[in-house]
Design a protein around this ligand. Sequence first.
Ligand code: SF4
Ligand code: SF4
Length: 104
Amino acid sequence: MNIEEALKEPKKLTLEDKLFTVKYNPAKESHIKVDNEICKKCTTNRICLTICPAKVYELEEGHTEVHVSFENCLECGTCRVACTDNAIDWRCPQGGMGVCYRFG
Ligand code: SF4
Ligand code: SF4
């Protein structure tokens, strides 16, 4: 590497770049359950759809039920706090399953 290359600004990683480095060991069963009866009366304008960094929660067009892609969960806990209607039942994935971070 020459001096110009060494002095260059490091490439800024996008969230998608960073998520690409995360490894998962998905469990067979979802550790996230959503009560769609509560979701029908959501008071947060369906904040789960936008607040989750891994886009775990999705609402298909024409559907009213929230779809949960639990395999992508980063276990950050944000959705548990954000859904103030308490429609999300979030448990830690089974031992050894879930997301694996390189540094802990
Ligand atoms: S999970 Fe919570 S935030 Fe998401 S739609 Fe249901 S009630 Fe709203
Ligand atoms: S814990 Fe974090 S990554 Fe997992 S579903 Fe909730 S907001 Fe998304």
